[in-house]
Ligand binder design. Sequence first.
Ligand SMILES: Cc1cc2nc3c(=O)[nH]c(=O)nc-3n(C[C@H](O)[C@H](O)[C@H](O)COP(=O)(O)O)c2cc1C
Length: 182
Amino acid sequence: MAEKQIRIVGLTGSLRRDSYNKASLRAAKKLLPENTVLELIDLSDIPFFNEDVEKEGLPEPVVKLKEELNKADALLISTPEYNYSIPPVLKNALDWVSRGEDLPLYGKPLAIMSASMSALGGARVQYHLRQVCVCLNLLPLNRPEVFITAAHTKFDENGNLTDETTKKLIKKLLSALVEEVK
Ligand SMILES: Cc1cc2nc3c(=O)[nH]c(=O)nc-3n(C[C@H](O)[C@H](O)[C@H](O)COP(=O)(O)O)c2cc1C
């Protein structure tokens, strides 16, 4: 019997059109192991979390997000670091899906990447994200750690990843993620 296709869902905390993190997720699409798909989800329509709104019923974009995450075997997050921490867009989305009976992230493996123009490549946001994962019971891989430092030097003007070392690292990360699913 043919092996089941593995479905990874990709999220980012950046809404910026020319985002290096969005570009990193697009690069990951080209570096997947066999029989694996990566669906990128746009978080720009997700409203701010509000418990009153939640009580009245989940907004349509949140319902759709939960559906997509429910179908995922694993997650890939590539996020910027904002003031040493998690950008609100990403944290807000994680907050929405962390509540209720239906917990689409619970127990799923996660691979983390961060891209930044700085020399640290967003190292600090990764550790804040790992802390949140404990509460969500999302299971982040420890290795390899992918910090895309000096991101402005690693993509061309069309947002294509040009740095071979980074490509190899992302490929390794995706293989490790798929192994974890298996
Ligand atoms: C509000 C804000 C805070 C930022 N704080 C940090 C930071 O703490 N560390 C860092 O490396 N870069 C920081 N940056 C720079 C971002 O890493 C840089 O803008 C990056 O390109 C954003 O990711 P993106 O290209 O995916 O949009 C910050 C940018 C913004 C807008």
